[in-house]
Design a protein around this ligand. Structure first.
Ligand code: HAM
Length: 412
């Protein structure tokens, strides 16, 4: 688990700001659910036999003896909310950003506390909605400046196809059981789809020889997938059909997808998503969504050389010569701040040299210097910290100068 501190935090803030702008342009609204839920919320949504539930959750008993877990992903909590919300939320379009927790073996791109930006579009299934959510995701990636991404799409079939797909895969795998790893032999009975996801070399080779899952589905499921792929094609979104993509969570039905980046190493999944049907209590909830790992997005941006790590806003350092100027400059700093100008100063009355050193250390773009002489004239000395040039300005010019810089930095 990592602290997120300056200066790196500005990259996070920039990604979050751009994400909100894109998500809201598709009419998605933010939801913030608790980081802790009753363990059953995850068991029922993600599935009891999934790796996330079996091996990766931080689960503990609270003082009342209830089993609680830190959320390993965002969908289950949103579904718990939807199950209790009224009909106003039946077709809700929601997004979330925040920390998730999985007790996995840490490695590059895999953390125990990581962050996701995710969306859930509730409502009955339609291929155009799945394609729209994928389009939104591609839009987000390009708004963040990522280009080297591959979208892979598959279908798990309708919920009613589940038994036929499992039976088909089981009989296709039967002749190769002795080659499969211990985990996969167990998965043959408990959750055969997960064999397709195994990373072991021998299992992968067996999986490559299997017929595509769609062979075991109804024509209705196959047509749904074709419609999603055709819509993506019309939207000019390049997609690769990967008949072996299953995703690791049990709630998925029909469309599933993953986006990978060649800029990442072994953990190359930037994002995953799909359509789901989740039963909580007496309610069955349908929707489609995805989540992206922010740590991995930042790794990919770094690999593509696209993170500046700058907050984008200029910093003005107010420098005072003498005690009288100090009092007056405190007021000046407040005025600049009220106009949205990023501004700082030394309030302890230190020497001019110490103040200039502090300005340099803070990477100030400009220093506004004022002593008694400037106060009498009603002017300010503006020093450009990069090239050392100086000019004398009056208050309205000073404000105008930085307001302009601000509106340039603030624009998209
Ligand atoms: P997921 O594939 O488990 O899907 O996670 C989504 C993304 O979170 C991954 O592609 C990856 O970028 C990131 N991620 C997962 N685990 C870690 C980790 N330990 N360290 C760093 N990043 C990680 C879900 O979570 C689903 N809830 C997505 C979804 C929403 N499907 C429908 N709606």
């Amino acid at each position: 688990m990592s602290d997120l501190a300056p200066p790196a935090i500005s990259v996070w803030q920039d990604l979050e700001r751009r994400a909100r702008a894109v998500l809201e342009s598709y009419n998605f609204r933010e939801i913030r659910t608790p980081m802790l839920e009753k363990t059953g919320v995850f068991q029922r949504s993600l599935g009891n036999t999934t790796d996330v539930v079996q091996k990766e959750m931080y689960t503990f008993e609270d003082r009342g003896g209830r089993s609680l877990s830190l959320r390993p992903e965002g969908t289950a909590g949103v579904m718990r909310f939807i199950a209790g919300a009224g009909p106003d939320f039946a077709d809700a379009r929601l997004y979330y950003m925040g920390p998730m927790f999985r007790c996995e073996r840490p490695q590059a791109g895999r953390k125990r506390q990581f962050h996701q930006v995710g969306v859930e579009a509730l409502g009955t299934a339609h291929p155009a909605v799945d394609a729209e959510v994928i389009a939104l995701q591609m839009h987000l990636l390009s708004a963040w400046g990522l280009s080297d991404c591959t979208l892979q799409v598959n279908s798990r079939g309708l919920a009613s196809d589940r038994d036929a797909v499992a039976a088909g895969l089981r009989s296709a795998l039967e002749p190769h059981v002795s080659t499969l790893c211990d985990d996969c032999r167990r998965r043959m009975d408990s959750n055969v789809l997960r064999v397709l996801d195994c990373k072991q070399e021998d299992c992968r080779r067996v999986v490559e020889g299997l017929p595509p899952m769609s062979d075991f589905m109804t024509e209705e499921s196959r047509k749904y997938l074709r419609d999603v792929l055709d819509t993506l094609d019309r939207l000019e979104i390049p997609a690769v059909f990967n008949p072996r993509l299953v995703r690791g969570l049990d709630y998925y039905v029909q469309t599933v997808w993953e986006i990978t980046s060649s800029a990442l190493g072994a953990q190359d999944a930037l994002s995953g998503g799909g359509r789901y049907e989740i039963s909580l209590g007496s309610k069955s909830i349908e929707g489609v969504g995805f989540a992206m790992g922010i740590e991995r997005i930042i790794m990919a941006l770094e690999a593509e050389g696209k993170t500046g790590g700058d907050s984008g806003k200029e910093l003005v350092w107010v420098v005072s010569l003498g005690e009288k100027a100090l009092d007056d400059n405190f007021k000046l700093a407040q005025t600049l701040r009220q106009r949205g100008i990023r501004c700082d100063m030394d309030l302890r009355g230190r020497s001019m040299k110490a103040q200039m050193r502090a300005a340099n250390k803070a990477s100030a773009s400009h220093a506004v210097i004022r002593g008694e002489e400037e106060m009498e004239k009603g002017t300010f000395l503006l020093k450009n910290m990069k090239d050392g040039s100086q000019e004398e300005l009056e208050m309205p010019e000073l404000i105008e100068r930085f307001s302009r810089a601000l509106s340039l930095a603030g624009g998209e």
